[in-house]
Design a protein around this ligand. Structure first.
Ligand code: CS2
Length: 508
């Protein structure tokens, strides 16, 4: 028999080891809207908000909105917004019910339900985790992609938008006339200068709707940048089973994360602000050094391990990093090539941060699939790999190690093509384009790299033209498409540092 569903009636009967909301949920008022209620949001912003409510500071309730699948009504909605947040650290398990989400809104079929919430005067903070591609920007430049099919649609039909920039611009238009209350739009995605990018795509869209809206946004809307961090993979059936077996109830919205969490938010707000800084978040003047550190080190390691891991036959991050050769590679890449590109970060010693990040990835209870991290690589490699590569090239420093995962991303998509035997299924906005290149060109690494580097939405033309970069990526792709990709990584590791740091003699 299926155990009882989680919901308000069950709260008083849960095992004592499961922590419950320490505040009166009935007293909460919607004040924050979040777009993109996935595992990460449930494990991060919603938990910080739950902490804040437990401190009895204000009555901020969260309204969770999904504009893409999955439906929220079927899981969180049926549980009145309640769900379990499990912290798993190897053998340790810590369960807590989060109560900060007071309402969920499914807006996949039409933007209207989302617009109702976002335009309402009681909402003063809108946070979002809509994935990198949700911003409809050109990854290499940050500009709004005016050729994006959803943007083309939304500019033609601004009252029935389907893209994030279109929905936000429409919501702001609906706020402007009736009540004009200011609002903060806070991006929580892993894109560099995420507040700037969000502000840029929304304002570019709004300008096309007229000067009045653009001017109102300029005066009343804030777009702070933020760095968010916690590893929280997509929920699996096994996680739902864990709750049933260990605690005796059914929770289809459970989320599993590591203990580590971090949230650094630029101190640039409009309207009232939830005091997340009272519960562990930091409000700072400049997020840039924090976001570079996190995206280049932690995310850079994850991306590297995901591609090398899939090519080497590993399923999860923790299994990939358990391979001494791959662990050695990623540590050297981060220490020798990535770290020198970082600026001082207040209170964080970079070398210790590398070790802490690598150690987080060894957590055997966090079953983060390599294919999940490998998803949408075209939207991730700029900030995780290409930006540090560009910084190093500008100083004449070596990039051989950082070039390997760039080739890894290419190999991952190439091997998904028909010509390369459809090794696995992939999801990336550029997957079709790269499969077409692979099908056309076949095994010639240099020709493959030439064609892929010509995609200027990912590779800015000056980087693509750099002979050192091209040479290393061609060598990397040759090695990773060979029958022994991990052997190739071993060869790269076996070469002494001074050789790696030399400029290659050959040019492409
Ligand atoms: C991961 C991130 O899937 C991915 O791209 O690299 O979700 C990562 O786990 C988070 O950024 C950690 O904070």
């Amino acid at each position: 028999m299926r155990p009882e569903n989680l919901g308000p009636p069950l709260l008083g009967r849960l095992p004592s080891e499961v922590r419950k909301p320490a505040y009166d949920r009935a007293a909460l008022k919607p004040g924050i809207a979040h777009i993109g209620v996935g595992a990460f949001h449930r494990c991060h912003q919603a938990e910080y908000t739950d902490d804040l409510l437990a401190k009895d500071f204000d009555r901020w309730g969260l309204v969770g909105i999904n504009i893409r699948p999955p439906l929220l009504g079927r899981s969180l909605g049926r549980q009145d917004g309640l769900y379990t947040r499990l912290i798993r650290q190897n053998d340790e398990v810590e369960a807590r019910i989060i109560g900060s989400i007071v309402r969920v809104v499914d807006s996949q079929e039409s933007a209207a339900p989302a617009l109702d919430v976002l335009a309402s005067p009681e909402i003063e903070m809108v946070t979002m985790t809509v994935t990198e591609k949700g911003y409809c920007h050109v990854p290499s430049s940050g500009a709004l992609d005016l050729d994006h099919p959803d943007i083309v649609h939304d500019l033609a039909n601004p009252e029935t938008p389907r893209s994030v920039p279109g929905i936000l611009a429409r919501a702001l238009e609906l706020r402007m006339a009736p009540h004009g209350r200011p609002v903060t739009l806070l991006s929580c995605d892993n894109i560099p200068a995420n507040g700037l990018i969000l502000g840029n795509v929304v304002k570019t869209f709004a300008e096309r709707r007229g000067a009045a809206l653009a001017d109102w946004i300029e005066a009343n809307v804030a777009f702070p940048s933020a760095m968010v961090d916690r590893i929280a993979p997509a929920t699996t059936e096994a996680d739902i089973d864990t709750i049933a077996k260990r605690f005796g109830y059914h929770d289809s919205a459970v989320v599993v994360g590591e203990r580590f969490r971090q949230w650094v938010i630029e101190n640039r707000f409009a309207g009232r602000v939830p005091r997340w800084d009272l519960v562990g978040a930091s409000f700072v003047d400049d997020v840039t050094p924090f976001e570079h550190l996190k995206m280049r080190v932690l995310n850079g390691a994850q991306t590297t391990l995901s591609y090398l891991g899939v090519l080497g036959g590993f399923e999860h991050t923790f299994e990939t990093i358990a391979d001494p050769l791959l662990a050695g590679f990623v540590r050297r890449m981060l220490t020798e090539e990535t770290l020198p590109t970082l600026h001082a970060v207040p209170g964080i010693a970079p070398a210790a941060y590398v070790e802490q990040s690598l150690s987080r990835l060894t957590n055997t209870a966090i079953r983060h699939c390599n294919h999940q991290i490998a998803t949408d690589g075209s939207q991730k490699i700029v900030q995780r790999l290409l930006n540090p590569i560009r910084d190093r090239l500008a100083k004449g420093a070596g990039i051989r190690l950082l070039s390997v995962p760039v080739a890894g991303w290419m190999a991952y998509l190439i091997k998904a093509s028909v010509r390369f035997g459809r090794a696995w299924q992939v999801s990336d906005p550029f997957a079709g384009r790269i499969a077409e290149i692979a099908d056309r060109i076949g095994q010639d690494s240099k020709a493959l790299v030439d064609a892929i580097l010509a995609i200027d939405a990912i590779f800015d033309p000056s980087l693509a033209a750099n002979a050192t970069f091209r040479t290393h990526v061609v060598a990397g792709l040759d090695g990773l498409l060979s029958s022994d990709p991990i052997g190739f990584v071993g060869q790269v590791c076996a070469e002494p540092t001074d050789v790696r740091l030399k400029q290659p003699a050959r040019s492409a």
